[in-house]
Design a protein around this ligand. Structure first.
Ligand SMILES: Nc1nc2c(c(=O)[nH]1)N[C@H]1C(S)=C(S)[C@@H](COP(=O)(O)OP(=O)(O)OC[C@H]3O[C@@H](n4cnc5c(N)ncnc54)[C@H](O)[C@@H]3O)O[C@H]1N2
Ligand code: MOO
Length: 401
């Protein structure tokens, strides 16, 4: 096992352990938030037929002379109807979305015509093909619409519906066991006794799993004993990924790594040159990724976003690149030389449109306020020994929406 690795090393090791989730088929309506396992091909062209883009009159331009004459109105075509061919020397009233009749080569909007009874007078000659959306104009039958690895957003869902994807091949959601450890913990809805605190990592990490596209098992609790951690490992045998929080540091009752060793876990690293989250442990148990997040709530949440979210995305076939933008620090942030600092910052635009970042309160790894009030992380590289006001940092927005 590598000990005390860099952030880059740790990130690579985590992504290397990602396993592709199996495919499953879901109904269209259930596909939102899921990731496509296969490319989607259009069943039929879009638009499927020549269609009017305006409420107006379908005409044959040759019938209009200089464009200011009159034509009899032969029929009205509504959306959903099937029109007869346009009789020569006539116009037909046509509604937006209705099929354009054979023979028509332009649509004149109602605003550019005056209808009196069964005749219509035009105010000018339309351009060729004006306001006609041609069959297959933006999608031809059989064309690939979406690639594997695409996230099904509400916008994508509408597109899937329009191209006839009644069911969708998606990656199964990774089942992620969240295990909060510590004898001091009581349920978040409970009242802590002397020496006890409410479990905040369990609910917080469970929410992070769901926001990253996973299915949560738990949160489970493990007491600080080998026996109880063994019990939890048995209870989480079905999970694709195990996420422990707490019990990974140097304390006498930091037993998570030992409990996993007893089951034959293989460790990729323990300790990362970062703050918060230095004691982060990562490995595999029977081929399943196992993460030992440090127990301090800020460390646990930040390490989840930096390492576990990309691990889950990689299993889904989604991109894992970090998206950062430059931001100028409004105030100095302490950063120890040799450790990459993930500072929680709030951002705003200054009058010149520059992105400016301020520390979101105290940066201690136990001060959960900084998670709640930040927009994301400012990366302060390990070779910096200070981050003064005015320094330009890489800002990474929280991706948990
Ligand atoms: N001698 C050393 N001590 C510590 C070191 C070190 O290098 N040498 N590292 C410190 C750092 S940094 C961190 S981070 C913590 C991580 O410790 P553990 O992962 O073993 O976590 P615990 O000791 O179990 O808990 C730490 C802290 O967090 C609170 N906690 C734990 N679980 C929860 C929860 N589910 N909800 C809310 N709060 C939780 C716990 O009560 C502790 O206060 O170790 C340092 N020590
Ligand atoms: O590395 Mo620990 O996560 O700062 O508190």
């Amino acid at each position: 096992m590598d000990t005390f690795v860099t952030v880059e090393h740790a990130r690579r090791a985590v992504l290397d352990a990602a396993r592709p989730m199996p495919e499953e088929t879901v109904a269209l309506r259930s596909a939102v938030g899921r990731t496509l396992a296969a490319p989607v091909v259009a069943r039929g062209a879009q638009p499927p037929f020549d269609t009017s883009a305006m409420d107006g009159f379908a005409v044959r331009r040759a019938d209009l002379g200089d464009g200011t004459g009159e034509l009899p109105v032969a029929a009205t075509i509504h959306a959903g109807e099937v029109p007869s061919p346009l009789p020569p020397g006539t116009a037909v009233a046509i509604m937006t979305g209705a099929p354009v009749p054979a023979g028509a080569d332009a649509v004149v909007p109602v605003e550019r015509a005056t209808r009196t009874g069964d005749t219509v007078r035009f105010h000018g000659l339309p351009e060729a093909a004006a306001h006609i959306r041609h069959a297959g104009e933006w999608l031809s039958n059989g064309a690939q619409v979406l690639s594997a690895g695409s996230l099904v957003t509400p916008g994508v869902l509408g597109l899937l519906a329009s191209v006839g994807a009644a069911t969708v091949e998606v990656r199964r959601k990774p089942r992620v066991a969240v295990i909060a450890t510590g004898d001091e913990l009581v349920d978040a809805t409970g009242t802590p006794g002397p020496g006890q605190i409410r479990d905040s990592n369990g609910p917080g990490l469970a929410a992070q799993v769901e926001a990253a596209g996973g299915d949560v098992s738990g949160p489970h609790w493990g007491r600080d004993t080998a026996e109880d951690l063994a019990r939890v490992l048995d209870a989480t045998a079905e999970a694709d990924v195990l996420v422990f929080a707490g019990g990974v540091s140097m304390g006498e009752r930091d037993l998570v790594r030992e409990a996993l060793d007893a089951r034959g876990a293989e460790w990729a690293f323990w300790k990362v040159r970062q703050r918060p989250g230095k004691p982060l442990a990562f490995g595999t148990l029977d081929g399943r990724p196992v993460v030992g997040l440090p127990g301090n709530p800020v460390s646990a949440a930040v390490c989840f976003e930096v390492y576990v979210r990309p691990l889950l995305l990689a299993g889904l076939g989604r991109p894992t690149d970090r998206v950062t933008e430059p931001a100028t620090l409004d105030a100095p942030i302490a950063t120890p030389a040799g450790l990459h600092t993930f500072a929680r910052v709030a951002v705003r635009r200054d009058p010149d449109g520059r992105l400016c970042a301020s520390p979101a309160g105290a940066q201690g790894s136990h001060v959960a306020l900084s998670l709640a009030f930040s927009d994301g992380l400012a990366h302060l590289p390990a070779d910096w020994d200070d981050a003064p006001a005015g320094a330009v940092v890489a800002f990474e927005r929280w991706a948990w929406w």
